[in-house]
Write a protein that binds this ligand. Sequence first.
Ligand code: H2B
Length: 96
Amino acid sequence: MAKLLNDDEIVAALTKLPYWKREGDSLERTAELASFPQAIQVVNRVAEIAESADHHPDIDIRWRTLTFRLSTHSAGGLTEKDVSLATEIDGVVDAL
Ligand SMILES: C[C@H](O)[C@H](O)[C@H]1CNC2=NC(N)=NC(=O)C2=N1
């Protein structure tokens, strides 16, 4: 099972993830895209990445604004899997 990150490790990871904040046991980011279809494109690409990694985000879709919440449910908190998925999501959002 993935190892839980401690508070210092989470703070260190967040210095490299400026769009993300910690909300308790989750990492959270909002992204506003140019249109609803673009937002759905991002969701579809993130879904592919999540399936490959077998690590799935919570995603809230409101018109063209997406909110991603990442946590490793099996470990009961944040792990390197969440940091890695956050980095991948940033790449998807940046690509549009
Ligand atoms: C069996 C499978 O590996 C698990 O159910 C995976 C699926 N996706 C997951 N996603 C997230 N975010 N946390 C998990 O603990 C998790 N577990």
